[in-house]
Design a protein around this ligand. Structure first.
Ligand code: ADP
Ligand code: MG
Length: 334
């Protein structure tokens, strides 16, 4: 029962990201609805085959917090990955539609992501590498699951070679070129949770003159942090920013792609490395335990940060676990 392209009927475009697009499709022989991710890979056939082999690990990833995998195949020049379709989409789409997400829901999200990360790491020694709201999906049964984790080393390399990936959820140690660890995912989770609770990307509010960062989606090769020493002069930066703003307006806020790093992305990365981590603010708006949890995800020193497994014991997470918040009812509101 190998998957093949002829058996998949396109239904709807679900979205586009760095290095691919995702479609809702029907597997006509079985009637199963799936999400088909198409990744353009500029690599030799042998590398493509290697990627396909590595992706097979996903067949063994069985957890209620991980998107199920139906199979992958090569459809030249693309690799197609077929996975469970989540009918409420990703959390970035949800907050952009309904506004800031209730902190009790955010608590359930934190719990699900930590469970998913713990499963991936404890059972398969897989580090996710790309935790962000668009990789946290939701369905109308009220389930929350993570997708797009780094199972294939070859795929990670090929995408890094071909495209520039999102960088703005990247931890300070990653930006500085350190080894990826499961604690880097914890940083990305912290940033994502603030984004969901505030309804906007958190690196924006500290000064008024860089308010253009509010809808900022920076891109940079995830495996190749830029040389932060090569920072532009203020004048160059200003000119570049103006050009970028024009470009962004034209492309309706779609993330800047293909051209690699822009000056303002370097600035953002520098900010992440040098400035205090963002927080769940204003202080009286959120439960103290939620604030404390996010703070602990965002310790800038990775040695001080806990692992997903340890964070499952955090009081806010324990509370979220027993909370009566009904996610199924919540998803029926949008
Ligand atoms: P990104 O994650 O950077 O947005 P992707 O190409 O991974 O880019 O995904 C594009 C969009 O497709 C996502 O933002 C998400 O809304 C949607 N999507 C991805 N996978 C699924 C899925 N399994 N079910 C439903 N929607 C999905
Ligand atoms: Mg994705």
């Amino acid at each position: 029962q190998d998957l093949k392209n002829e058996d998949l009927k396109d239904m709807q475009e679900l979205g586009q990201g760095n290095g691919g697009s995702v479609k809702k499709v029907e597997h006509t022989p079985s009637g199963t609805i799936m999400a088909k991710k198409i990744v353009l890979i500029d690599a030799k056939p042998s590398v493509r085959k290697q990627i396909l082999r590595e992706l097979q690990i996903m067949h063994d990833c069985n957890s209620q917090y991980i998107i199920s995998f139906y199979g992958a195949f090569i459809s030249d020049p693309n690799i197609c990955i077929c996975m469970e379709f989540m009918d409420k989409g990703s959390l970035d789409g949800i907050y952009k539609k309904i506004g800031p997400i209730d902190i009790d829901v955010v608590g359930k999200v934190a719990l699900a992501v930590l469970e998913g990360l713990t499963y991936l790491y404890d059972v398969h020694r897989i580090i996710h590498r790309d935790i962000k709201p668009s990789n946290i999906l939701c369905n109308s049964k009220g389930q929350i699951k993570i997708c797009d984790f780094g199972v294939s080393g070859e795929l990670i390399n090929s995408i890094a070679d071909t495209f520039v990936g999102t960088s703005t959820y990247m931890s300070p140690e990653r930006i500085q070129g350190a080894q990826y660890t499961v604690k880097s995912d914890v940083w990305s989770l912290g940033i994502s949770l603030i984004e969901l609770a505030l309804g906007r990307f958190p690196f924006a509010d500290d000064s008024s003159d860089n308010s253009d960062l509010s809808d900022f989606e920076g891109t940079l090769s995830p495996s190749r942090p830029g040389p932060l020493s090569a920072l532009p002069s203020a004048k160059q930066r200003e000119a570049k920013e103006k050009a970028d703003k024009r470009k962004k307006r034209k492309s309706k806020g779609v993330s800047l792609q293909g051209g690699g790093m822009t000056m303002s992305i370097l600035e953002l990365l520098q900010h992440i490395v040098n400035e205090p981590a963002p927080k769940l603010t204003p202080e009286d708006r959120f439960p103290a335990q939620a604030e404390a949890f996010v703070d602990s995800c965002l310790f800038k020193d990775p040695d001080a940060r806990l692992t997903p497994k340890d964070l499952l014991k955090h009081p806010w997470i324990e509370q979220s676990r027993i909370s009566s918040m009904d996610l199924e009812a919540w998803t029926s509101t949008f």
